[in-house]
Design a protein around this ligand. Sequence first.
Ligand SMILES: Nc1nc2c(c(=O)[nH]1)N[C@H]1C(S)=C(S)[C@@H](COP(=O)(O)O)O[C@H]1N2
Ligand SMILES: [Mo]
Length: 250
Amino acid sequence: MSIIITRRALVLGAAATLAGCDRLASNATIRRALFSAENFHQWAQRSLMARNAMAREFHPDQISPIFRANGTANPNTPEYKALWRGGFADWRLRVTGLVDRPLSLSLAQFHAMPHREQITRHDCVEGWSAIGKWRGVPLSLILNAARMRDTARYIVLRCADDMGGGKAYYESIDMVDAFHPQTILAFALNDRPLSVANGAPLRLRVERQLGYKQAKYLMAIEAVNSLSQIGRGKGGFWEDHAGYDWYAGI
Ligand SMILES: Nc1nc2c(c(=O)[nH]1)N[C@H]1C(S)=C(S)[C@@H](COP(=O)(O)O)O[C@H]1N2
Ligand SMILES: [Mo]
């Protein structure tokens, strides 16, 4: 038996999937960008063609009682403290680099965009793991809204915490992971707003990768075509400073 899937069916299928889980974006520009047929097509195609299978998802009764914090537990910089004091109302995620429409997105805009929820296991190379329920916006939606250019090959994530000498934590992922359906920019853990310890106000969840790829305290994401100009060129803070593998697939 052969199954013929038309492009239109794919687009409609993607639309139905999204409509099932969401409230719509309140900002008209973002809504137009998110829901244009062209973007939907690219999103549907890239989502369905992703090389990676889905990471395992768990049941609510498997959620760890405590999701421990690791690495930075509070960025504690004057800038971050000011944002925290204001309830992150002045925080923005900047979307820059190889995009035709750079964005600056507030937390309220994230709350208004389509969400995904997933209960997954986080594995840290230091030898612990925890299961948590994450809620966030698919990174693919953000990249499509910013009209990412075809020349982009990686997404760099810029964080608020100073790792010493004024160098902020950073990470990067390729487009397979960036467009994977479980790759989200998460603002809630276990039905509560993300705590400072776990990365408030927004962090990456890239579920087929180890803990150090899950960048916390996001301030900007940047589409680039090479990692050679980022940090020392290995694509992430621990990759550059401790020889960790850039591809931390699990
Ligand atoms: N900005 C930032 N992101 C980060 C880190 C960090 O120190 N700073 N540590 C990483 C590591 S090694 C792990 S295991 C996870 C820990 O996430 P958690 O604190 O929510 O457990 O965050 C990752 N993302
Ligand atoms: Mo880690």
